[in-house]
Design a protein around this ligand. Structure first.
Ligand code: 0VR
Length: 261
């Protein structure tokens, strides 16, 4: 169970961006156009978002260059903290995103390939700027994973056999300031966050865990915090389709006794 804290929990909308447009799919597939990034960002800030995450899910280098322009446009249009991830491979990529206006940068596949990248970025830019993004799935078949979950890289396509809990503990030691933990199976389904996954990681590290993947009802957000131990809750589909607003989520969490800003 979550230890009561006075620090407000954060509600964070996520813009998955490809070629300059917001996209959304299910379990990282069948991506459909979901609008203009700057318009979405400004709407979410007006609704009371505590922070915004932009995830560049472009597949090409051309798409990555467009993503930098998207980050600049969004960063110039909002005041809330902006975290950007997707395709970050080096300290240089990290720096370019900070220069484009990101406050924090999320590293995923490249950190698995080179864990020292976490330490280098934490040394260069500060622990508070470094978010480790982990896409997780139940460990398949013969793969070892003490926690039962393994890290999947390259947009959900490549199982690594690396235990998610062990990886998050190591990343914390290396200098990650927070963990963005996405359940691939739940992504886009509105079936709820993976509470078992969240609890396994949040009970093993001191840094905050951002729950991601599957948000569908008000209760899902409460459960991710209360039962999953998440310090922040992220959603994309639910907010893009306007089934719930960020304000409604924050009002519900406050009514449940969870401190929100
Ligand atoms: P929902 O709130 O369930 O829509 O999902 C939130 C979160 O999981 C997604 O915004 C994001 O993590 C999905 N990620 C990726 C991707 C989406 C498309 C292609 C690739 C990726 O590599 O993370």
């Amino acid at each position: 169970m979550r230890t009561p804290s006075a620090i407000p929990e954060r509600v964070i909308p996520c813009l998955d961006v490809r070629d300059g447009r917001v996209v959304k799919g299910v379990s990282f597939a069948n991506l459909r156009d979901s609008g203009d990034p700057v318009e979405c960002a400004m709407r979410y800030e007006a609704e009371g978002a505590d922070e915004l995450v932009i995830l560049d899910v472009s597949a090409t280098d051309e798409g990555r260059r467009t993503a930098l322009e998207t980050v600049r446009g969004v960063a110039d249009s909002i005041f809330i903290p902006l975290t950007v991830g997707g395709g970050v491979k080096s300290v240089g990529d990290f720096r370019a995103l900070l220069r484009a206006g990101a406050d924090r940068v999320a590293i995923n596949t490249a950190a698995i390939a080179n864990p020292q990248l976490i330490a280098e970025c934490a040394r260069e830019f500060g622990v508070q700027a470094v978010v480790l993004s982990v896409d997780a799935a139940p460990a398949s078949g013969e793969r070892r994973a003490a926690s039962g979950f393994e890290a999947i890289v390259r947009s959900g396509k490549h199982p690594t056999g690396i235990d998610v809990v062990e990886w998050c503990k190591r990343a914390e030691m290396l200098g990650a300031g927070e963990i963005l933990l996405t359940s691939i199976e739940r992504d886009g389904t509105s079936d709820g966050f993976d509470i078992e996954l969240l609890r396994a990681v949040s009970g093993s590290v001191r840094i905050g865990v951002i729950a991601s993947g599957g948000a569908g009802t008000l209760e899902h957000f409460r459960d991710a915090i209360e039962a999953g131990g998440a310090r922040a809750v992220l959603a994309a589909s639910l907010f893009h389709t306007r089934r719930l607003s960020i304000g409604e989520v924050k009002e519900f969490l406050a009514a449940e006794g969870i401190p929100v800003r």
